[in-house]
Design a protein around this ligand. Structure first.
Ligand code: NAP
Length: 297
């Protein structure tokens, strides 16, 4: 029998999974984590059931999913098309909620989705899900922009705390949203555990935001925390938009930092697009201080 307390997670061993899986466990869910056959990434979730799949056998996928009400896909951006088989199996197994591997920029915004093939792939999966709504499978896509606490030490916001250098895009005052990993995990927990939230947010994208900030605010926080003056290089985002075949990272950064303001979800929310499931307005300095301490930067 399908149990609302049971959730099956594909791609659980990755960057997002490391936050989402323990949060679902803490919330009291019965968890099955699914890895590809021969995966070299050891899954150390000793509280979870495990299963493996080659993603090709539909009957295998159906028997893995059967009994779980919720299916969460945290698959890597390079293998998003595997979700088609998972979705078909989820319908056949009688699952009622599918959370696709979105977790990034706002693929509902056409100014965003045409810029990189990965966004087109994510939008294609949502189209596929829309066609399956009539079979009783509901879905919710979680839009986060660049991960904030996870991305800060990895240079996502173009500031190098160790070297004391920053590349400031379009003057640095563009307002944007970004989400911390615990808030992203909490949004998944909410959708999986709370029937009223699941109903409220069904068959649409939702936003998770932990901070509403600017690059200059992050830079000021970095200078205050490290008591250092950073060397600043100015950068014009037009260079990225003019590039006929741009690299992935500069496009992801342009969508976050450029004066086009494509990650200002407060503005999009105010204009009636999508909804916030979490809008936490955390203090940028507090988040950065904790991140620099944890990553010993
Ligand atoms: N907004 C941001 O800043 C940001 C940052 C990172 C990621 N993301 C998004 O978050 C989502 C998850 O990304 P992630 O970084 O967590 O993914 P990841 O760590 O790269 O991979 C997640 C899992 O996908 C599975 N996988 C990888 N290659 C596979 C293959 N060839 N065949 C089958 N399974 C494969 C693996 O699971 P097993 O080995 O267990 O099978 C892996 O642990 C993506 O949609 C990505 O675009 C967003």
């Amino acid at each position: 029998m399908t149990s609302s307390n049971r959730v099956v997670i594909f791609g659980a061993s990755g960057n997002v999974g490391q936050f989402v899986v323990p949060a679902l466990h803490r919330a009291g869910l019965e968890i099955t984590v699914v890895s590809r056959t021969g995966s070299k990434i050891a899954s150390s979730y000793d509280f979870a059931r495990t299963a493996t799949t080659d993603y090709a056998s539909q009957s295998d996928l159906v028997s893995i999913i059967r009994g779980h009400a919720s299916v969460v896909s945290l698959l890597s951006a390079g293998v998003l098309e595997l979700q088609i088989n998972i979705i078909d199996a989820a319908v056949e197994a009688g699952a009622t909620l599918f959370i696709p591997s979105e977790f990034g920029h706002d693929t509902t915004n056409e100014d965003v989705s045409r810029l990189l093939p990965v966004f087109g792939a994510k939008a294609g999966i949502v189209e596929y899900l829309r066609e399956r709504e009539k079979h009783g499978l509901r879905w919710t896509g979680i839009i986060t922009a660049l991960f904030f606490d996870w991305g800060l030490p990895r240079g996502a916001f173009d500031i190098d705390y160790k070297a004391g250098k920053a590349t400031i895009w379009d003057g640095g005052d563009t307002v944007f949203s970004a989400a911390n990993m615990d808030d992203i995990a909490a949004s998944v927990v909410t959708l999986v555990t709370d029937p009223s939230a699941r109903e409220h947010y069904k068959n649409q994208h939702i936003y998770v935001s932990s901070v509403q900030t600017t690059q200059n605010e992050i830079l000021a926080a970095a200078e205050a925390i490290t008591a250092k003056k950073f060397a600043v290089t100015e950068f014009d985002s037009a260079e990225v938009y003019a590039d006929a075949s741009p690299q992935v990272l500069p496009v992801l950064q342009a969508l976050q930092l450029s004066k086009r303001g494509l990650s200002d979800y407060q503005a999009r929310g105010d204009a009636g697009h999508n909804r916030f499931v979490i809008n936490a307005k955390k203090d940028v300095r507090d988040v950065l201080k904790a991140v620099l301490k944890d990553s010993q930067l």
